[in-house]
Design a protein around this ligand. Sequence first.
Ligand SMILES: Nc1ncnc2c1ncn2[C@@H]1O[C@H](COP(=O)(O)OP(=O)(O)O)[C@@H](O)[C@H]1O
Ligand SMILES: [Mg+2]
Length: 249
Amino acid sequence: MIEIKDLKKSFGNKEVLRGVNLNIEEGKTNVIIGASGCGKSVLLKHIVGLLKPDEGHIYIDGEDITAMNEKQIYAIRKKFGFLFQSAALFDSMTVGENVGIALRENTLTPAPEINNIVSQKLRMVDLPGTEILMPSELSGGMRKRVGLARALATDPQYILYDEPTTGLDPITSETIDELMDSVARSKDPKVTSIIVTHDIFTVYEIGDRVAMMFEGKVHFNGTPDELRATSDPIVRQFLERTDEKKAKH
Ligand SMILES: Nc1ncnc2c1ncn2[C@@H]1O[C@H](COP(=O)(O)OP(=O)(O)O)[C@@H](O)[C@H]1O
Ligand SMILES: [Mg+2]
C-alpha cells in the first residue's frame, strides 16, 4: 500500500502540490485525474523518488521514500513498473531487447529465461512473436504496448501509467484500457495500478478508485460511481469540460 501524506512541492514560487493526501489501495486500479498542469505527473515522480518533496511523506509498504538515499530509492524502485508519457523505446534496439532491458541490466536472470519472459510479456500485450522487429516498424499504439510489456517484465508489484492513452485514437485507447485491466487482474496477489489520465473513459471502464486533483490537493476521492453521482461543482465543471472536448472530436 502507498500512503501519501501532506505532500508539498514548489518550483520557484509556483506551488504545485499544496498538501496532497491520498492512499493508493492495494490490488486496485487507482485513477488520478485533474486539469492539465495540476501536478499529476509531479505527484507520480514523487512516488518513485524521482522528485523530493519540500514537505510531507510517501510510505511505500510502510517505508518512507522521501527519507531515503539514492541507493535505497533504487532498491524500492524495483517494486515499480512505469509507463511514462515520454518513455520512448530505444530505437536502436529490437522490440525484444527493449522489453528485456531491465532484466538484463538489473537482474541476474540467465539469457534463455529472459527470452521466455520477454515472449510471455509480448503475448500478454497481444504482440506475440514481435521480438525481432524494430520500434520504427511499429504504430504508435503498438509502441505503447511494447512499453507496457517492458514495464511488466520484472513483474512489478505496482505499475504506474502517465497518460497512457493520450494521443491515441479511440479504438487504440480502448485496447490499452483493456490491456491495463487485464494486467491489473493477471496476478495473485493482484498488481496495484496507478493511472494518471485525461481520459474519463478509462475511469469508468477500469477504475476501482478515482482521485481528482485540484489546486494542488486531492479534491475528490471515491469510486467511479461516486464521481459520476457527485454534485460537487468543481468535479462537475471538470467532467463537463471533458465532455465538451470529447464532443469536439
Ligand atoms: N521540473 C520542473 N521544474 C519546474 N516546473 C515544473 C517541473 N515539473 C513540473 N513543473 C510544473 O508543475 C506543474 C505541474 O506539472 P505536471 O505535474 O506535469 O502537470 P500534469 O497534471 O499535467 O501532469 C506545471 O505548471 C509544470 O510546468
Ligand atoms: Mg502530466
